[in-house]
Design a protein around this ligand. Structure first.
Ligand code: PAF
Length: 274
């Protein structure tokens, strides 16, 4: 496996399968890399903690940088190339040109609570796409809204890249794997499964015929708040545009429940398709 730090060195790989990451890799990332391996002759993973997608009070400074351990995991997974640029390599001058995704998709849910987040994501992903020139790129379903925003960017900008979504990997208790799970204390880790349990409770209410979405969402928010979480949102949305469901939207395979909540100082997100 080659570890590359400069854009110039990447040039020779033709249309690889690509997995962009911010490092601190876990089994969920490794599953995406294995999926990518089946989709192209060469697999490239990038590791770059993207300052543009963090708000000033967020964890950009403390986000774990674990390049050596990440490279070992990627090598064991059969990754061919790791692209790990420095900030100076990727942003040699302040990034004045940015990709502004449409508000109706990017200013809701995550984008509402993290203004500018999807601009930062789209900007770095477009830049990475231009550098890596992948034929296919794999994103995790845990970041449900992110993979939708990227899919739409690729479609509207007519980028010749296939976007593939990899399933969320979960711990035995149901907690979605995430780099930020590493911030949780043992007691918080035991509690963290309540996020996916609450989403499952919302799905159970829908399946029982409840159609008052506001009531389902409020009950879910209260469930977590009563357990000392600080929920940002617990929402039932349409899968195709992440808007609140209308009367005709309750058929099979149309909805997704999404949630984000803080446990102590750690913000977790999760989603489950209904
Ligand atoms: O999902 C992530 O890890 C990041 O948002 C991404 C796609 C690598 C862009 O920085």
């Amino acid at each position: 496996m080659k570890v590359i730090h400069t854009i110039a060195e990447l040039g020779k790989y033709q249309r690889p399968a690509f997995v962009p990451t911010m490092g601190n890799l876990h089994e969920g990332h490794i599953a995406l890399v294995k999926q990518a391996k089946a989709l192209g002759d060469v697999t490239v993973a990038s590791i770059f903690v993207n300052r543009l997608q963090f708000l000033p009070h967020e964890d950009f400074g403390t986000y774990p940088r674990t390049l050596e351990a990440d490279c070992k995991k990627l090598e064991a997974a059969g990754c061919d190339v790791v692209f790990a640029p420095s900030e100076a390599e990727l942003y040699p001058e302040p990034q004045g040109y940015k990709v502004q995704p449409p508000a109706e998709l990017a200013d809701i849910l995550e984008g509402h609570f993290r203004p500018g987040f999807f601009t930062g994501v789209c900007t770095v992903v477009l830049k990475l796409f231009n550098i890596v020139q992948p034929g296919v790129a794999v994103f995790g379903a845990k970041d449900y809204q992110q993979q939708m925003v990227i899919r739409r960017m690729v479609a509207q900008m007519a980028l010749p890249i296939e976007i593939v979504t990899g399933a969320t990997l979960r711990a035995d208790d149901g907690l979605a794997l995430s780099s930020r799970n590493g911030y949780l204390s043992p007691a918080e880790r035991a509690e963290a499964v309540q996020l996916s349990r609450t989403l499952k409770g919302m799905i159970a209410a829908l399946k029982m015929g409840e159609r008052n979405i506001a009531a389902i969402e409020q009950h879910a928010m209260k469930t977590l708040a009563d357990r000392h979480w600080q929920p940002d949102y617990l929402s039932v949305r349409r899968r195709h545009d992440l808007q609140p469901p209308q009367a005709g939207d309750f058929g099979a395979d149309k909805l997704v429940v999404l949630g984000a909540a803080k446990l102590g100082t750690t913000r977790l997100i999760d989603n489950i398709e209904v």
